[in-house]
Design a protein around this ligand. Sequence first.
Ligand SMILES: [Zn+2]
Length: 186
Amino acid sequence: MTSPEGDTYPESETELDSDSHAIQGNRKINVAYMSKQMYCTSCKEKLHLEDIIDEMKRGGAVIFQVKCPTYLVVSDVKSSQEYKNPSTGRDIFAINSKAALGMLHSGFGPRQLNKLFSILDLPKIDEKTLKCHERIIGPVVELIAKESCYEAAKTERSLTIKNLDTLKKLLQVYLCCEIYTNTAEK
Ligand SMILES: [Zn+2]
């Protein structure tokens, strides 16, 4: 296929993939977050997507291994932000919580969600991971629903709710709040 400028570009995605990049298929990445990390940890030079030599999948998130072409040092680059699991204090990827949130909103189960990911050629998120993230965000979603329905939640500002507020901010579920408000108004 030829563009109006006379450049040729691949006919299909398969042809694009065939140039044997270490990473095949699609990924969910936070472009701004990832681009800030695309520097060699040793010489501080800018790294490029073609310098990616491998990846470690963490549910829907990925830790790319990016090799500096000059000094061959491998740097880890995370595809999306992390936050602390409120119950364990361990770092977890926000994209997995967002996937669980999306699953709840759309009325999908893990199987349907992964079918969609499979067609989009995105890494699957196993059921255990989704359930774990569902447990983390569940109370936040409930709280938002409550807050949009009654003012009552204001009177019970316990430590738990405080923690949930922090999580709510971290997850940036304001969109979710909007959806619930809209639903409640109907
Ligand atoms: Zn370097």
